[in-house]
Design a protein around this ligand. Structure first.
Ligand code: ADP
Ligand code: ASP
Ligand code: MG
Length: 407
């Protein structure tokens, strides 16, 4: 008997009818002879609704209380799903993260899973029960509720699959697999039958939210067979694999990821002296704010321009921080722009092919799209452009690299 972990995202449990469909689906899997552990998200829109409620009370709610609030979304869906399974005459039990003992560190709102106690789950499975676990949440060493960051139910599912040594971790969502790019932006996007862990990690870190970055990281580390499938229709979905040969349906670029959550800040005309990058970015790091891209111009007349990007949520805070710091450091001006986006070409094929960057830049130039920043790694080229060009740029690049549907 094989054990499967099946995760259903927000849209897939977005209404009572959909929860009933999930119940049918997991019962079917059990009847096919599998042991089933189900992980569910909150109903679609619920986490955002809770976040907005919190903001009405306090613009900067304490992370501990935010976690207590946000974790309630998933508690609703585990209970409703179990009721739907019971109504159909099958046995099921729901568990919150803390009931399972999904133990995390104490980094509220972005906690990392440290340990999972699988004993209770195993007992249930041995009694033929379907086990339903709340995604996105855990408990720290002091019994405080924690959450795992947006999209964190994916990570709950993968971590449970690793702890239970499941045959497969199946991520059921509102698309039928991982596509060459977000099919909502490029309708000609093509489903990939395979993608490597390395590419999926890069896609996720560059903004493709179809899988949470940490879930991919966890699956790669613990050898979990990970698959993305549709909760609404049958199909093979996309398998995340180690095998580079198999995954290469497209030899150069496998996918295009983008991220609308970026903002950039520039310190114009700061002294070009040793230690300046540290003086600028040190305080940002100390405030626990992540910096993504960094560019420093070649110095001229003893001064230089320094630009970096942060998450849009941190933009105001960092801009204010830099306006004060800029004065101290002697910057001529501090500017900011929070209407930019990042687009990244991803593919292991890039390792062995030159000329991808020039094809990319030429295609964008033809459309009159100005590139504001560029950063590259072995399997990725990322650019920052104005937000208004996002759709045009993604579609242009998708066509330029021949990623479209081949029918
Ligand atoms: P869930 O609620 O099931 O976790 P998400 O909204 O988190 O679902 O992720 C699924 C969404 O990810 C899709 O609806 C799609 O718009 C988006 N997406 C972004 N990039 C891709 C991609 N490369 N392939 C498929 N979907 C993608
Ligand atoms: N409900 C959480 C969110 O919206 C976790 C998840 O859906 O994976 O981010
Ligand atoms: Mg998700």
């Amino acid at each position: 008997m094989t054990l499967l972990v099946q995760k259903f995202g927000g849209t897939s449990v977005g209404s009572v009818e959909r929860i009933e469909q999930v119940a049918n689906r997991v019962i079917e899997s059990q009847r096919a002879g599998h042991q089933i552990v189900v992980v569910v998200s909150a109903m679609s829109g619920e986490t955002n609704r809770l976040l907005a409620l919190a903001k009405q009370v306090d613009d900067e709610p304490t992370p501990r209380e935010l976690d207590v609030l946000l974790s309630t979304g998933e508690q609703v869906t585990i209970a409703l799903l179990c009721m739907a399974i019971h109504k159909r005459g099958f046995e099921a039990r729901s568990y919150t993260g803390s009931q399972v003992q999904i133990v995390t560190d104490d980094a509220h709102t972005k906690a990392r899973i440290q340990n999972i106690d699988v004993e209770r789950i195993r007992t249930d499975l041995n009694h033929n029960r379907i086990v339903v676990v709340a995604g996105f949440q855990g408990v720290d060493g002091n019994g405080n509720i924690t959450t795992l960051g947006r999209g964190g139910s994916d990570t709950t599912a993968v971590a449970l699959a690793a702890a239970l040594q499941a045959a497969e971790c199946q991520i059921y969502t509102d698309v039928d697999g991982v596509y060459t790019t977000d099919p909502r932006v490029e309708p000609h996007a093509r489903r990939l039958s395979h993608i490597t862990f390395e590419e999926m990690l890069e896609m996720a870190s560059q903004g493709s939210k179809v899988l949470q970055f940490r879930a991919v990281e966890f699956a790669g580390k613990y050898d979990v067979n990970l698959r993305v499938l549709s909760s609404f229709e049958e199909g093979p979905g996309t398998l995340i694999t180690y095998d580079e040969e198999d995954s290469m349906e497209q030899p150069l670029v496998s996918g295009i990821a983008f991220n609308r959550d970026e903002a950039k800040i520039t310190l114009v005309g700061i002294p070009d002296t040793p230690g300046m990058a540290y003086k600028v970015l040190g305080p940002v790091g100390e405030s626990n704010i992540e910096v993504d891209m960094i560019i420093q111009n070649v110095g001229e007349d003893g001064t230089t321009d320094f630009t970096f990007t942060v998450h849009r949520n941190d933009f105001k805070r960092v801009l204010e921080m830099m306006q004060t710091l800029g004065k101290e450091l002697g910057a001529q001006q501090v500017t900011g722009d929070d209407s930019i986006v990042k687009i990244a070409l991803v593919g292991v094929g890039m390792r062995s092919h030159a000329g991808i960057a020039s094809t990319m830049f030429e295609a964008l130039a033809r459309e009159g799209i100005n590139i504001r920043m560029i950063s590259t790694s072995e399997i990725k080229i990322a650019i920052v452009i104005d937000e208004k060009y996002l759709e045009l740029a993604v579609r242009t690049l998708h066509a330029a690299f021949g990623l479209e549907q081949q029918d």
